[in-house]
Design a protein around this ligand. Structure first.
Ligand code: PEP
Ligand code: MG
Length: 837
């Protein structure tokens, strides 16, 4: 004998009833608000979470009392979890419908209508409540179909279809309570952020009856368009027309060329509905979609939910609500998910259309693009010259692919992780990029790629790269345009007024700098100067410099590079118009500038007028076992001082030039890969001497700041003494993560997926700052640095600078600014503001 439970636990929702979201769920709370707004909500009862839990645990609810409240009316039963995003079991409509009611409806409103309703209920009950095979219950409405599904139910369940409304109610409640406890449902909601013990409330509501001579039906209405957020009444309406033999007829909600609309058929109702939405907007402080029923001409409001919206609509709605005085600016700032902003900065695949996905990889740079595939940078450049949109596909990219990347509309690599070359450059360029796409195989010889399920794409075929979610699609896709509109700008200006950590951009070229200005970065936090040496004319001079046998010969080549570098800095200073610009002196190992293949070496031998054998010998001599830990960064500066001297001279001469044109700038010069104080001393002496020389030659006064990148664990540990010679420390968290973990940033993609999936690492540490490990170096370095130099400026310029969690960490640690790819500047501005609120 099953135990019966007392149903005094349910709450009839009235304006004054004690209903709260934690105990009865969001839907119950929302319905109470609608009732308080005087909207015509039908009688509604909320079952609290403890009751639903008890039902799931096996207590058989005594629903006689509950059914009595509804006094013979049909009811709907809907889920009401605490948060609407957590989903819930399927709603069951028309509970209480039985043979007697069926006959009553047939008599008053026609057999077709009654049959269709009863059939719909038996189908949904059999599938969702009795959990019978859906195949047995699919049928189009007819008297025959109704008889068949009733007998199918009897065969399967060995009992008659339940006729008692109280019994039906009990079974529905029990099945919904149990469905919530199921493993799939649990995993799904946990993926959306629900806690393990998230509970369910249930709502029982009187059904509106769509009968009578007047207009009847059901629909939804909202006041904005969901993709753009622009004001526009949108929704749907499905009318029930008893005069027609078909039980239902489609009516448009809003006036429409294609047919009748509710707006025309019942203008009063339409006006009421708009007013209800407007009331919801002001009183619930949100754009709501109202679900309604028309019952023989009388309007009922069944439910209301937050309008589903795209990221761009969410920005517009938040700003407009604040401008209308409905919410405060702070609240508007908090309502937009910072990461979602990056969707507005790029083309996106129209979410309303189907996708032909062929493979996926790591989403390394957001945005989407369609184009013809090419497998070499040269082909991408040739394609761009013909005005073709090309997608560059490489096993992985090297610095020499930069021009190809510039020419491409998207980049896809088989290998690599979040901070591999392709990922970093693509983010800087705002180019959609997928890396670590291990589901594809590139066949360089016949210029094709094959997916895991055997589909092959050849050079020239069109694909789409969705860098926002890492999906590779066959063919071209319809795109939504970027939306840097007034709403976006307004929200970010509000954010700037409240945030308390600076946001600069990593920018290497005039284009990057312009993008940085467009996104209102407060300056450049990292200019990677090596990217300036890959242009055709410079690369050869650069190679001459590398091949020089003596310091004197090296100087000859560097003298040719000097005016080019000076012009680079003049351009940057002009664009940044007095905002701070932090220039990092040359960093990468020299071999990155040399050709890798025989053909390239032959060309180089020709260009340098040297024997090919010598070129090959030199390339080999420069190759290192572990170049990332080899002769790079400040180590090059110490061993070949002429390079940094040339760069310092170019920076100071550009400063003087800008000064002469009324742009006052205090350049910041930054040393990469430092691990010892003495390295800083040596370079500082040399840079000071160049500054003095430029001053003497020009007679113009200028200032500069020298800083150090903290990229090695030792630099963090010795930050106290390093800071004696530095005006600022900028944590290069890409290299620092690499060196703290002993994890190659270019190879980690091979196993990072497994590591994260098996929870060895909670996240890819190249993506989200590892606060426990790498973060400790940030804390140690900043504390020791500030102890010796209280005015020390602290920043992060690795990829983590654009990551909201990492920004929170930097802010808490007292950093002055973060610097990130230009396209992540808006995300960083908004995230920083949210942390300050
Ligand atoms: C870093 O290491 O974090 C950094 C910003 O430098 P790069 O990525 O150029 O090595
Ligand atoms: Mg670095």
């Amino acid at each position: 004998m099953q135990k019966h439970m007392d149903f005094s636990a349910f709450t009839e929702i009235t304006p004054t009833a004690a209903v709260d979201a934690a105990r009865h769920g969001w839907r119950a709370k929302c319905l109470q608000r609608l009732i308080r707004l005087d909207l015509p909500v039908p009688p509604t009862v909320a079952l609290p979470v403890e009751t639903v839990r008890a039902i799931a645990a096996g207590q058989m609810p005594d629903t006689e009392k509950l059914a009595a409240i509804f006094d013979g009316s049909l009811v709907t039963i809907r889920p009401s979890p605490e948060n609407p995003d957590w989903g819930g079991p399927t709603t069951v409509l028309n509970v209480g419908l039985n043979a007697a009611k069926h006959a009553e409806i047939a008599k008053a409103h026609g057999q077709a209508m009654a049959d269709a309703m009863y059939l719909g209920f038996v189908q949904s009950y059999a599938i969702n409540v009795a959990r019978l095979d859906p195949d047995l219950f699919t049928a189009e409405p007819s008297a025959e179909a109704l008889r068949e599904v009733l007998s199918a139910y009897e065969d399967e369940m060995e009992e008659e279809f339940p006729q008692s409304p109280a019994r039906q109610m009990a079974e529905v409640l029990r099945s919904m309570a149990r469905a919530w406890e199921g493993t799939t449902a649990r995993l799904l909601r946990q993926a959306k952020g629900a806690p393990a013990d998230a509970a369910l409330g249930l709502i029982v509501q009187e059904m509106a009856q769509p009968f009578g001579p007047g207009l009847s039906g059901q629909g939804t209405i909202q006041l904005i368009e969901s993709v753009t957020g622009a004001p526009q009444v949108t929704g749907r309406f499905r009318g029930t027309n008893p005069a027609n033999r078909k039980a239902e007829e489609t009516l448009y909600l809003v006036k429409d060329k294609r047919g009748h609309s509710l707006e025309e058929a019942a203008p009063g109702v339409f006006a009421d509905l708009q007013r209800y939405c407007a009331d919801c907007r002001t009183k619930l402080r949100e754009e709501m979609q109202v679900e309604f029923a028309l019952e023989n001409g009388a309007l009922r409001v069944i439910d209301a939910v937050r309008v589903q919206r795209s990221s761009r609509a969410s920005v517009r709605v938040a700003v407009k609500l604040a401008q209308d005085g409905i919410i405060g600016r702070d609240e508007a700032i908090l309502r937009v998910e910072p990461r979602a902003l990056s969707e507005l900065l790029h083309y996106q695949i129209d979410p309303r259309l189907p996708r032909d996905r062929v493979a996926r990889g790591i989403a390394a740079s957001p945005g989407a693009a369609s184009g013809r595939i090419v497998f070499t940078s040269a082909a991408a450049q040739a394609g761009a010259a013909r005005d073709e949109r090309c997608i560059l596909i490489r096993r992985e990219t090297a610095p020499e692919d930069i021009r190809g990347m510039h020419a491409a509309v998207a980049v896809l690599t088989e290998r690599g992780g979040m901070t591999s070359h392709a990922a970093v450059i693509a983010r800087g360029l705002g180019l959609p990029c997928i890396v670590g796409a291990s589901e594809i195989r590139i066949n360089a010889r016949d210029r094709s790629l094959t997916t895991r399920d055997g589909r092959t794409f050849r050079e020239g075929d069109t694909i789409t790269v969705d860098g926002t979610n890492g999906e590779i699609l066959a063919g071209a896709a319809e795109m939504l345009e970027p939306a840097l509109d007034e709403w976006f700008r307004t929200l970010l200006h509000w954010a700037d007024n409240v945030r308390d950590i600076g946001v600069r951009a990593n920018a290497d070229t005039p284009d990057d700098a312009r993008t940085a200005r467009m996104f209102e970065a407060e300056g450049i936090g990292l200019c990677r100067t090596e990217h300036m040496f890959f242009d055709e004319d410079r690369l050869t001079v650069m190679r001459e410099m590398i091949f020089a046998d003596t310091a004197k010969d090296r100087k000859v080549a560097l003298d040719r590079l000097l005016p080019m570098q000076r012009a680079d800095f003049i351009a940057l200073f002009d664009i940044m118009a007095g905002l701070p610009v932090c220039i990092r002196l040359f960093d990468p190992p020299l071999h990155e500038f040399l050709p890798q293949d025989r053909e390239g070496m032959r060309e180089l031998a020709e260009a340098l007028d040297r024997p090919q054998s010598e070129v090959m010998r030199r390339v080999e001599a420069l190759s290192e076992f572990n170049p990332m830990l080899g002769m790079r960064g400040v180590r090059l500066g110490i061993t070949m001082p002429e390079i940094y001297e040339m760069q310092a001279r170019a920076i100071f001469e550009a400063t003087v030039d800008a000064e002469g044109r009324g742009i006052h700038i205090v350049p910041e010069i930054m040393l990469p890969l430092v691990s010892a104080k003495r390295e800083v001393e040596i370079i500082k002496n040399s840079v000071d001497a160049i500054a003095a020389a430029v001053h003497t030659a020009t007679g113009i006064d200028f200032d500069y700041r020298l800083g150090v990148m903290v990229e090695t664990p030792r630099a963090a540990l010795r930050a106290g003494e390093i800071a004696q010679h530095a005006a600022f420390l900028s944590f290069g968290t890409n290299d620092l993560t690499q060196m703290t973990y002993g994890l190659s940033r270019d190879d980690a993609g091979r196993f990072m997926g497994d590591y994260v999936q098996k929870s060895v690492f909670p996240e890819d540490p190249f993506h989200v700052l590892d606060e426990e490990g790498v973060g400790e170096f940030l804390l140690i370095g900043s504390a020791r640095g500030r102890k010796t130099n209280s005015k020390l400026t602290l920043s992060v310029c690795g990829e983590h600078g654009g990551n909201p969690e990492s920004i929170a960490f930097c802010r808490q640690s007292g950093f002055n600014y973060v610097s990130c790819s230009p396209f992540r500047v808006p995300v960083a501005r908004l995230a920083a503001a949210q942390f300050a609120l």
